[in-house]
Design a protein around this ligand. Sequence first.
Ligand SMILES: [Zn+2]
Length: 692
Amino acid sequence: MNLKLFAGLLVVFTGLCAGQSIVAPDLNAGPTAEPKKPVIFDLSAIDTTADPCTDFYQYACGNWKKNNPIPADQVRWGRFNEVAERNNYLLYSELKSAADAPATPLQKKYGNYFAACMNVAQADKLGAKPIEPELAAIAAWSDKKQLAALDVERWKRFSSAGLFDIGVEQDQKDSTQQILETHQGGLTLPDRDYYLTDDDRSRTIREQYVAHVKAMFVLLGDSPERAATEAADVMRIETALAKGSMSRVERRDPAKRYHIMTVAQLQALSPDFSWKQYLDGINLGGVTTLNVSSPGYVEAANRVLETESLPAIKSYLRWHTVHSAAPLLSQPFVDENFNFFLATLQGQKQQTPRWKRCTNMTDGALGEAVGQDWVRQNFSPDAKENMQKLVAALERSLGEDIKNLPWMSDATKVEAEKKLDAIRQKIGYPEKWRDYSTLAVERNDLLGNVERARKFEDLHELSKLGKPVDETEWGMTPPTVNAYYNPALNDINFPAGILQPPFYDKNIDPAVNLGGIGVVIGHEMTHGFDDQGSKYDLNGNVRVWWTPEDLSKFNERTECEAKEYDGFEVAPGQNLNGHLTLGENTADNGGIRIAFQALEETLATQGAAAESGYVDGKRDGYTPQQRFFISFGQVWCENRTEQVARVRAKTDPHSSGEWRIKGTVQNFDEFGKAFGCKVGQPMMPANSCRVW
Ligand SMILES: [Zn+2]
């Protein structure tokens, strides 16, 4: 899986990452009813018995939380999920009709992809057969020195990472160039800390994981004794790789991921793997230098190759083969995979219905084919136009904010404003769609389709080497309910999927839209200036554009936020990691300020027009400022399992919904003023943190 570095609004797990499962009790059943359209500014969600100055999360979301328990097939349920479920349903309807009666060649392609995925009977009949060629290749491998040859062979059939993995990225020092990179990977549990942390909870998860790996080997037909040895091999090798891996916090620093080497230097770092043979084999023999993003990982992988036995490394490769294919195989594999990765690790009660999995998978593989029809049916041109206006308003606000920052010198302000002016915006969907004509899809070959789609993506990535950067390319598909900032392109991206309630409604007052999509836009813009984005200049190059004094003031301020969020608890004994979530928290805190400023400006310039529906300065009993904050809060109403709260605290750069709301409003005086809070109340502390 290609690791993108851009900052999304939230993490959504779709496609075929670890822990996906695609079978429901009634295997072929489609959705039973069309999910309701989410409500924007939902009065019935508010817990009026709570004091907004004490706990604004409870106030804005209390009744929503009570009335929206986590569905059995989810691990987390929030407003984002409401929209995503509805988008999924609409996509499903499109895919189903394309599968039954395609009207165009493109519909035939994604219809077949979807139909192959929905064919449970065939998956059950085949068992582990689809991965047999792969397992046979691993079995036939007889010389540790020839791992590169095996990797080339596997790459030719479909793209599969072994111990080492490569990709293409923009050069940090010259963003117009695209270079080859090796990155860390090779683990199965959600983070390297799961292998390294020595506490009871982590030890238990490791034991459950080893039992799961063993059970999968038994499903492949191995004896329990052999499976136990193989599972121990996997655990030992992954632990060794974890020890050589950088932490998520370290990886947030672009300098720590940048180590340009010649192929000869990389070879010296990993003498037991023939890079020349590998690069020649995958048609990249001409590459002379590359970025070794995690040298410690490369050394650890080489040590594995050097010290582990051939059979042990085979166990590791077999495991990754069966694990990545498990959701696509027969029921026992699907169930075993679900039991560990979703039920045990994340607290999901029931398998996700197959139609949802297959819809996500098809969107993941052919997103810009499926998205063309989806956009035509579900995205109005005026939504795009209104978004452009909102983005322009938010840009003006951020410009004002920068101008008025009390702690920044004029010299740095000039640079910050230049960067802001250079931010490009992409709204709705790509200007030009991907061409899928070279991707072969068969109606009866689920795993083959997935592998070919993966290979198609991989070749697309590798084909970028040495070519100009395509600035129009998107990192998310049109129906996605999310948004992102990409520091290397200095652009903000808002897929069509998010431009609807509870974020946006063209018929509602500006206060509500600015509290919803306005804060989202402000959030993405602020990413250009968070602890990570601020290291990139207006052209997407890593370069210090700050005066040393301003940089040290900036770091003091971000440290204040990191410490603050370190103190927020998400499950008993489990706090957020303030440095892991620093960029997202900075974006939340900056985003709300500039969206609020845009509201004040709108009220000042548009007066009565902006306040239509208001009586005596209030609507539904709330002032525009209060409606802004409630709208913001209600975007983040959610319930999540305790297990998922713990997993996300270690892996998700975003804070939980509760702290995205409370952390943000308690750092912003205007909130306390809007609700008449007194200094010293929880949502209006005497000392708070501010970066932007
Ligand atoms: Zn973000």
